[in-house]
Design a protein around this ligand. Structure first.
Ligand SMILES: [Zn+2]
Ligand SMILES: [Zn+2]
Length: 297
C-alpha cells in the first residue's frame, strides 16, 4: 500500500526514451519523429478503403454480388484493428537499469529472460537479452527486435509482431478484394444490366476517374504489402527476425513470434518523488549484476 508521501507521478510520465504513452499510460507507441510517415499511412488507410465503399461497393452490391462488399468490410475491420494494435502495443520495451531497480524494489515485476552477456547497452545500462536490440528511433531496448516501422509508428518486436503480421496479411487481402471490385466496376457491361439507378454514386466519368486513380494506389500498396507478407512468411518458417536475416545471425526458433511475451514493466506504477527524480536523472553507475537475467525462458 502507498503512504501519503507518495506523489501521483506515474512511471509512464517519466519514462526515458522517445516512446509516447496515451490513455494514462495504458497504451504506448513510437516517437513523434515518425509522424511524417505515420500520418500519411494512417490517412491512406482511412481514405482509400472508404472511397471504395462510397464509389464502388454500392454498385457491386446492387448489380453483381453482396459478397464482395461484405468481405471487403470484414477484412477492412481486421486491417484497421491490427494496424492500431501494432501501433499502440508495447513491442517489448526493456526497462533501463534505474527502472529495473525501482521495479524490483516495489513489485519484483520482472521475470527472468535469456541474456547475452557480451551485448551491453550503454544507454539503458543493461545486458541485452538475446535477439533484443536498442532502437535508435525509440531510444529504448526492444526484446526480439524485428525492425522499427515508421509507417506503423512503433518498433515491431516480440509483443506486437503477431498484430503486425496479421495487418500486412489482411492488407494484402483487402487490396486484392478492392482491386477485383474496381475491375468489375470498370469493365462491367452496363448495357446488359442497365444503369445503376439505386447506387449511391452512379457509374459515370467522374466516378470512373476517381476509381482508376484509386485502383492505381491500391495496386501500388497491394504489391508492397504482398512482398512484405512473403518476406515475413519466410521469416516465420526460418524462425528469424528481419534484423537477424539481414545480419545473417544463426538464431532460429520456429514461429517464435507467436508466443506473446509478458510486458516487462507496469507503466501506471505510482512513483515517489525520489524514484521519479532517479529516473529523470538517468543511470550513472555502469555496474549491474550478471546474474540479474538467468538462462531460463
Ligand atoms: Zn538500450
Ligand atoms: Zn523503435
Amino acid at each position: 500500500m502507498k503512504d501519503a508521501s507518495i506523489s501521483e507521478k506515474r512511471l509512464w510520465k517519466v519514462w526515458p526514451g522517445k516512446n509516447r504513452f496515451c490513455c494514462n499510460g495504458k497504451y504506448m507507441a513510437g516517437p513523434k519523429s515518425d509522424f511524417l510517415y505515420y500520418i500519411p499511412s494512417f490517412v491512406s488507410l482511412i481514405l482509400i478503403p472508404n472511397t471504395f465503399f462510397i464509389f464502388v461497393a454500392p454498385y457491386i452490391w446492387d448489380k453483381v454480388s453482396i459478397c464482395l462488399p461484405i468481405l471487403s468490410g470484414i477484412i477492412y475491420f481486421i486491417t484497421l484493428s491490427t494496424y492500431l494494435l501494432s501501433t499502440y502495443t508495447d513491442p517489448g520495451i526493456l526497462p533501463r537499469k534505474n527502472i529495473i531497480e525501482i521495479l524490483d524494489q516495489d513489485s519484483s515485476s520482472l521475470d527472468t529472460i535469456n541474456t547475452d552477456m557480451s551485448k551491453y547497452c550503454n544507454t539503458c545500462q543493461i545486458f541485452k537479452p538475446r535477439r533484443s536490440h536498442h532502437c535508435k528511433n525509440c531510444d529504448n531496448c526492444v526484446e526480439i527486435f524485428d525492425h522499427h516501422c515508421s509507417y506503423i509508428n512503433n518498433c515491431i518486436g516480440g509483443r506486437n509482431y503477431l498484430y503486425f503480421f496479421l495487418f500486412i496479411l489482411s492488407l494484402t487481402l483487402l487490396c486484392l478484394i478492392d482491386i477485383s471490385g474496381c475491375l468489375v466496376f470498370i469493365f462491367h457491361d452496363y448495357s446488359v444490366l442497365g444503369p445503376a439507378k439505386e447506387t449511391f454514386i452512379k457509374p459515370g466519368t467522374v466516378s470512373l476517374v476517381v476509381i482508376v486513380i484509386m485502383l492505381a494506389f491500391i495496386t501500388l500498396i497491394g504489391v508492397g504489402a504482398l512482398l512484405l507478407c512473403l518476406h515475413h512468411l519466410s521469416l516465420c518458417f526460418t524462425g528469424k527476425t528481419t534484423k537477424e536475416m539481414i545480419k545473417g545471425n544463426e538464431i532460429g526458433s520456429l514461429c517464435y513470434f507467436w508466443k506473446k511475451k509478458p510486458q516487462r514493466f507496469d507503466s501506471r506504477l505510482i512513483l515517489t518523488e525520489e524514484q521519479a527524480k532517479k529516473i529523470t536523472q538517468g543511470p550513472f553507475v555502469v555496474e549491474i549484476s550478471e546474474n540479474y537475467y538467468s538462462e531460463s525462458n
